[in-house]
Design a protein around this ligand. Structure first.
Ligand SMILES: O=C(O)CCC(=O)C(=O)O
Length: 282
């Protein structure tokens, strides 16, 4: 698919009803991606080993995460709030979509593969009873973005995905995943999108160099984000962020609210002229 002006309707169809993924090659400007890459490799040296996912109990020191990227540089804010990308996500997640996480995954040489999984908020779907019995993929609660900062090759751990699995709404079984997955090789600055229900896994880095990527998770507005922006992001600084970024962080989203503190009038409903926001932003 062409990166410049993506075909939004085609992309939405493919993500929800087709193979479940799209790759937009060379989507982001090369200088922005190169600067983001430098910053990630600087941060990963500076920050201690952080929590990660889907590696079981084995130590996996060759793999590293850098979390809370919106608070760490405008470079990352520009990447995660790209309007061309959000235009594809909006019909799937709604106009009020929010950012749930924006982090880097760095696979140093020798980093091990993840178990096949689905992503937040479904990432505990292996414990099936935690989810409504009638769960299905008739609509999606989350969409994931992957932005390679280094070229993704089969050797260095390009992400594996199982096309079509986003329609199943269940935890992957390893045998079916092994038989049906493909590897997403792509150039730095490309954009890979897939719904969180897509079966996927980061792979072993068998090369002699590190592989870094930015991982974004976007959700509908009523899902609690993975990263608690109210504590991760300094509120005064966030007032200076672009409006689209503030919205992605949910800074203007009023709930949960202290309902006792709201004025005695109707603040929701098609016939209410003043939303709850009129009070919150006073
Ligand atoms: O870095 C990758 O290739 C994928 C990582 C991933 O799927 C995850 O951490 O959920």
């Amino acid at each position: 698919m062409k990166a410049g002006s993506p075909d939004v309707e085609g992309a939405v169809q493919e993500l929800c009803h087709g193979c479940g993924y799209i790759v937009l090659e060379d989507f982001f400007p090369a200088d922005l991606v190169a600067a983001a890459r430098d910053e990630i490799y600087r941060l990963v040296e500076q920050e201690p080993n952080r929590t990660s996912h889907f590696y079981g109990d084995k130590e996996n020191r060759a793999q590293a995460r850098v979390w809370n990227l919106p608070a760490k540089s405008d470079l990352f804010r520009r990447l995660c709030a790209d309007e061309r990308m959000l235009a594809i996500m909006r019909p799937i997640l709604g106009e009020d979509l929010m950012l749930s996480s924006f982090a880097a995954n760095v696979l140093h040489p020798g980093a091990q593969a993840q178990e096949p999984h689905v992503d937040y908020p479904y990432w505990d779907l292996h414990a099936r009873d935690r989810w409504p019995r009638a769960l299905n993929a008739s609509y999606h609660l989350a969409v994931e973005s992957v932005i390679p900062l280094d070229e993704f090759t089969v050797e260095n751990g390009a992400t594996a995905i199982a096309p079509g699995s986003q329609k199943l709404a269940r935890w992957p079984d390893p045998e079916t995943f092994a038989a049906n997955h493909i590897r997403v090789t792509m150039r730095p600055g490309s954009l890979l999108l897939f719904p969180a229900l897509m079966w996927h896994a980061g792979q072993t880095n068998q090369s002699g160099a590190s592989r870094a990527a930015l991982l974004g998770s976007y959700t509908i507005k009523s899902i609690k984000p993975i990263e608690d922006w109210s504590r991760c992001v300094d509120r005064d600084e966030a007032c200076g962020y672009a409006k689209a970024m503030q919205d992605l962080l949910g800074l203007h989203y009023p709930y949960p609210a202290v309902m006792d503190g709201l004025p005695g009038r109707s603040s929701e409903g098609a016939r209410s002229s003043q939303s709850i926001l009129a009070k919150v932003e006073d």
